[in-house]
Ligand binder design. Structure first.
Ligand code: DX5
Ligand code: ZN
Length: 219
């Protein structure tokens, strides 16, 4: 079953609660929160205070995508604020196992491992047994509104093969440039969780209709 995760990076921050309630009513499955530190990626976005503010506004799980160089510093704060899952980047962790164990064990949350479009998919394989979600970036992270990298389809297919063999319960999430023209191929290649920012909150037809449309196309 496909899951749609609207990214609030592209929402109107003056109307954030309203926007999130709108996509929740339209059947979104979780809310994707993009955290950028201006170091791992060349942009700043939001911190735990936004998760705290959103927590009472929605019943949807809040997943936090940590595009930061030092995720260790921030995990507790996001959990206290109400995060349900924490996604860290493999690029900044020589051995992600202790952190993944900490997230799932001590913190009792879902753990995700993200990786950029230039990281060989085989680098993720050793950790697939230790995660709930593998986040295959389909753009270089840092900004919303970028074009989906077509070579991602082959990478998703490769990841799907590994996940099926090692940990079939692990979700495969794609993030970046997901819209009505790209979601079908990503789903066909084996992704089952779809982050969409611009295609939801920037949609002419509005976030609710866009959420429903993406879900149909991913099914
Ligand atoms: C990329 C972020 C994405 C981004 C997706 O840096 O991790 O989650 O918000 O935005 P769109 O859907 O606009 O490509
Ligand atoms: Zn993201």
């Amino acid at each position: 079953m496909a899951a749609i995760a609207p990214s609030i990076l592209s929402a109107d921050f003056a109307r954030l609660g309203e926007h999130v309630r709108e996509v929740e009513a339209a059947g979104a499955d979780r809310v994707h929160v993009d955290v950028m530190d201006g170091h791992f990626v060349p942009n700043l976005s939001m911190g735990a205070v936004v998760v705290k503010g959103l927590r009472p506004a929605t019943r949807l799980p809040l997943e936090v995508h940590l595009m930061v160089t030092d995720p260790d510093k921030f995990l507790d704060g996001f959990v206290k604020a109400g995060a349900d899952s924490l996604i860290v980047h493999l690029e900044v962790l020589p051995d992600p196992r202790p952190m993944l164990k900490h997230i799932r064990g001590t913190l009792g949350k879902k753990a995700g491992l993200a990786f950029n479009p230039d990281l060989p998919v085989s680098r993720v394989e050793p950790y697939l047994a230790d995660i709930d979600l593998a986040l295959c970036m389909t753009v270089f992270p840092g900004f919303g509104g970028q074009a989906y990298i077509p070579a991602s389809n082959d990478r998703i297919r490769e990841l799907r093969g590994l996940v099926n063999r090692i940990n079939p319960a692990c979700e495969i999430e794609v993030d970046g440039g997901i819209d009505a023209t790209t979601i079908g191929a990503a789903a066909g290649a084996g992704a089952n969780v779809f982050v969409a920012g611009t295609a939801v909150f920037g949609a002419k037809e509005g976030p609710a209709a866009a959420t429903r449309h993406l879900r149909e196309l991913a099914a």
